[in-house]
Each structure stands twice: as C-alpha cells, then as structure tokens.
Write a protein that binds this ligand. Structure first.
Ligand SMILES: Nc1ncnc2c1ncn2[C@@H]1O[C@H](COP(=O)(O)OP(=O)(O)O)[C@@H](O)[C@H]1O
Ligand SMILES: [Mg+2]
Length: 351
C-alpha cells in the first residue's frame, strides 16, 4: 500500500480484498459493508450479511479485521455483525417479496463444470413438468454459453409489453428467457461481477414471468456471481445438481453442493446424466463409464439421488435441432427418465 494516511477509501480498498467464502466476489460489492467510519486510527462498520450460514460471519469478521489491521495507522477495528437475510431453510420456501411473486417454485439446475448436460437437463425438465400439467418458465443465466435459444429453437428476440417488461418466448408450452437475448452471440463478453449481477437481476425482475408453477434456471457451471446473485435476489426452492458418472465430475458436483449449502439453498438431489446406454433393440443397459457414482455421491453427501438419464445420440441431435428429446420423442427411454426426474422434483418441493 502506497498511501500512508488512513482514509475511508483505503479502508474500503482493504475490505474489497475479502471474498465471500467459496465465491469470487468481495463483500464490498455485495453491499455487506455498511456505515464505514474511519477516524483517528479507528475503523468501524456494520457487516450486514444476508445468510446465517454457520461459521461464515466469524470467518468474514476475522478476515476483515486482519485486512484492516494490516493497514498503516489502524489502531482499533470494531465490526458489528448482523444477519438480516433468510435463515437456513430446510423445505421449499415462498419466493421473496415482489420479485417473481407469481412463481411458486424456483429450481436451479447446476453443475460443477460445463459439458455435463446441464442445459439439456434444464430444457427437458422444463418440458417434462409441462407434461405433468404445470406452468413452467425456463431462464437461461449461463453467461459463459447460453444455449437455451438453440435447444428450444428460438431465433427471434423477445418484445416488451406495455409495462416495459420483457415477454418470454413460448416454446413447447414453456416460457423461455435467456441471457443470450441480452448479448450479441458473436461478441464474447468478459463478465465482471457487477455486470453478472445486473443481468441476472434483469432476468428476474424485468421479465413478465406472470403466474407459473415452476421457474427452471439454467445456471452457469461452477460457483460464481450468477449463483450468488440468484440466491440473494430470490428464494430458491432448491437446486438440482447434474453430474456424469466419472469421478472427476463427482468432485465438481461436491463443490457445487457445498456452495448451495453455504448460501442456504436446499439441494433437491443429484442427477446423473449420460448414466448408461440402453440398447434400443434388446434393452440391455450398458454402463459405459462406470455405474453407481451419482448414487454414491448422493449417499455420501446425504442428498437424494434423482436418478440417471441415459446417453442417447438422439438427445444431442434433437438439442441441436431446437427440439428437446421430450418433445421430439415423447415415448423414448430418455424421455421417461426425464419424466421421472420431473416427478421427483415436483414431489421434493411439494408441488
Ligand atoms: N443424455 C445425453 N445423451 C447424449 N448426449 C447428451 C446427453 N446430455 C447432453 N448431451 C450432449 O452433450 C453436450 C453438452 O450438453 P449441455 O446440455 O450443453 O451441457 P452443459 O449445459 O452442462 O454445458 C450437448 O451436445 C448435448 O446435446
Ligand atoms: Mg449449458
């Protein structure tokens, strides 16, 4: 640090180095630091947290204190910790105040890494839920690679209604809104925390979602700003974690699980995609990678196992062609697996 005088700015700069545990974003940008006061070597502020996850407040308090004490001229640090947000939830809770107040259940589809079939699962889960008679929205918040426009066969851009809200685009009975509508497909975007925050906020608040039973959210892979923004803005009913049978994928799934636990979002269960190959002729099930990984992880972490989705070239072909398999081949083995997943999710949230 080049400055030697202690000011509000230098204190704030130091606090910006403190990240929320497990996430890439700092506590200042989250707005957790309030009423910062600097005077005569004394620094005081309120650490106003939105989640009462055990251990987090203590850890942040210690890190803030260390960061401030490392500054020249600091003689005392006073931190008042308060937790204002949702307390740990165990069952489905209603969405927050005015955001998405017409939505009964918000379910995030997450994965530790990309390419495991998260978007495929999100799209087909949404379609399966409509087949069960629910009103369903699908929100693609994958900043790194939004794919619901392609998977749901959407070429057009949405319109605004008379209230200046974005109208989701209806496909296969599902109302679709994508972060891809807000960005230019050919220009790679380098997303910084506040941009992600704004974009996710817009997808939640500026869209005419209307009355719906489910909003399925296709999250970016990993544990980042979009995930945290979502958990801060609305009360998620829970997250479904998609994994594949390989061990490496399971390690990532565990990380995702830990993140949701930390922000008090119930994990509804683990789903193993590309789980096995079922021969269309003899119905023999071949576990191409290895079997039982998803179930084992679920058992180990004490969350439900929501089942396996077979690997089937038709899934990829129909996804690329803009018609998810549940619509393209309603009587296939894969569709049945997605219907089972939908029943499991509906049952778990109490729909
Ligand atoms: N069960 C499956 N069988 C065959 N291909 C699949 C299956 N699930 C996903 N895929 C294909 O794998 C690729 C990655 O899936 P995608 O849903 O885009 O993953 P993610 O959203 O996790 O990055 C896509 O080409 C998709 O069509
Ligand atoms: Mg995807």
């Amino acid at each position: 640090m080049s400055q030697t005088t202690l000011t509000q700015e230098t204190a704030l700069e130091a606090l910006k180095k403190v990240k929320y545990p497990g996430l890439s974003r700092d506590i200042v940008s989250f707005g957790f630091v309030q009423d910062l006061n600097v005077g005569g070597g004394n620094v005081s502020f309120r650490l106003s947290l939105t989640s009462g996850t055990p251990g987090v407040a203590e850890q942040l308090q210690a890190e803030c204190e260390a960061a401030l004490r490392a500054l020249p001229g600091v003689s005392s640090v006073t931190i008042k910790v308060e937790v204002k947000g949702p307390q740990p939830v165990t069952a489905a809770a209603p969405p927050q105040k005015d955001l998405l107040n017409g939505t009964r259940f918000i379910v995030a589809v997450a994965s530790g890494k990309g390419g495991v079939g998260k978007s495929t699962v999100a799209a087909n889960l949404a379609l399966s839920l409509t087949r069960l008679g629910y009103r369903v929205g699908l929100m693609d918040s994958d900043i790194y690679g939004p794919s619901q426009q392609m998977m749901m066969g959407i070429q057009e851009k949405p319109f605004l209604n008379e209230d200046e809200k974005i109208m989701p685009i209806a496909r296969f009975g599902v109302n679709v809104m994508s972060i891809g509508f807000l960005m230019d497909v050919d220009t790679p975007v380098i997303w910084r925390g506040p941009m992600v925050y704004k974009a996710v906020e817009q997808l939640l608040g500026d869209v005419a979602w209307g009355q719906q039973d489910f909003l399925i959210v296709d999250l970016p892979p990993g544990t980042g700003d979009a995930q945290l923004t979502l958990t801060q803005k609305v009360q998620l009913s829970g997250a479904v974690i998609v994994t594949t049978p390989q061990d490496v994928a399971l390690i990532d799934a565990r990380k995702g699980l830990a993140m949701f636990r930390q922000v008090n979002v119930p994990v509804l269960g683990i789903i193993e995609n590309m789980s096995f190959y079922e021969c269309p002729k003899c119905h023999h099930k071949e576990h191409i990678f290895k079997s039982g990984g998803g179930q084992k992880t679920a058992d180990l972490l004490g969350v439900p196992f929501l089942g396996g989705i077979p690997i089937d070239p038709q899934v990829a072909l129909s996804g690329d062609a803009g018609m998810p398999i549940v619509a393209a081949n309603p009587s296939s083995v894969v569709t049945e697996a997605f219907m089972n997943l939908a029943r499991g999710v509906a049952k778990t949230v109490g729909a």
